[in-house]
Design a protein around this ligand. Sequence first.
Ligand SMILES: Cc1cc2nc3c(=O)[nH]c(=O)nc-3n(C[C@H](O)[C@H](O)[C@H](O)COP(=O)(O)OP(=O)(O)OC[C@H]3O[C@@H](n4cnc5c(N)ncnc54)[C@H](O)[C@@H]3O)c2cc1C
Length: 387
Amino acid sequence: MKAERSEYRVVIVGAGVIGLYTAHHLARRGAGPILIVDRGFLSSGASGRNGGGVRQQWQTRATIRLARESVAAYRRFARDFGYNPWFRQSGYLFLAEDAAALERLGPVHELVRSEGLSSEWVDAAGVARHVPGIRPGAAVGGTYLGSDGTLYPFPVVWGLHDALRAAGVEILHGIEALGVERDGGRVRALQTSRGRIATPTVVNAAGGWSREFSERCGLAVANRATRHEILATEPLKPFLDPMVVRASDGLYFSQTMRGEIVGGLSPLADPTGSIAMSSSAGFLGRMARALVDLLPGLASVGVLRAWSGLYDDTPDGLPIVGEDPALSGFVHANGFGGHGMMLAPSSTERVARLVLGERIDLDPAEFGPGRFASTGSGRPTEALQLG
Ligand SMILES: Cc1cc2nc3c(=O)[nH]c(=O)nc-3n(C[C@H](O)[C@H](O)[C@H](O)COP(=O)(O)OP(=O)(O)OC[C@H]3O[C@@H](n4cnc5c(N)ncnc54)[C@H](O)[C@@H]3O)c2cc1C
């Protein structure tokens, strides 16, 4: 397929949740024509490979606010888009395995409460009420926020995709973005595997490949892609409401409406740096041991599927939202790590406003692409890179 026009107001690279939601906010504001190009198929990136966790417990105020807005958007999603992502606000439990881990959760709990959210401290008995079957002694306590939850990512992608098509946004798959054509320090066109597309604005929403695309455009960025594996067990009788997250090893899991336990844990350092989206027996073993250690009753449960996807990580754990300081018209909407699903609705609204030349309420020192050039002392970091 070829683009219908030779020129667009905005071209977005990447038809994952970030690119699609950005286009949605632009289209709602009447900005057009808009084109989204993607070299893969719909949901081929992380947006079709994630755990669907949506939480508002963060250690930076701006991220709590973004997540809170996203929760409101996902509550409305089925009504707004006609696809139901089954956003279930059944809570997120950060559990601490010892006193030191519990202490680290303290400031998060305080900050979340200061934002008006009803984060609760739970003791070991409280953890056991939220996680029936947990091994005695496996946790000393934790924090719980009942309005956090989980959703199915696919209906989000489909709902956005169909709404955009209906609004006249072009979405082309099988087209690779190869670079940009510049006019001085400005974007003039996107170069693609199907030729040149004139535009003053290119949005880099290429997820785990955002660094590759930025480099193709001659831009130095701090993003780094990492491969994360995840699995789903056979369905079990419903017993678990919240998403459970353990800080020590990044173990996270929830039970879906079908009864499957879906989750993963922080990957081991990979000296090859491979971002091939493959699954490994090593992950299956580590994940099984971690889960069964916490919930011994799962010892004989079968694994149905395992897969992997890319996190687009940044050094400070915060996404990158902003125009590149070295190239006008090149807007970053990337670096979402393991949290792009939950931050998409709100953060992309800021991306759209930036594209339209409006002021936004995100501090460039916290979210801008230029922040990594400074020494960074005193800059916020988001260390709660879990679940
Ligand atoms: C295992 C796993 C679990 C996760 N769990 C959660 C979770 O519980 N909650 C949460 O909020 N987030 C989670 N995430 C993170 C979340 O999935 C991502 O942050 C989010 O999907 C990123 O969306 P995106 O649109 O930026 O990227 P993607 O969905 O990856 O889309 C990027 C698109 O860009 C396209 N592309 C790349 N390069 C080019 C190019 N040069 N030309 C054309 N197209 C290109 C790709 O084909 C791809 O379709 C998880 C991720 C993984 C991998």
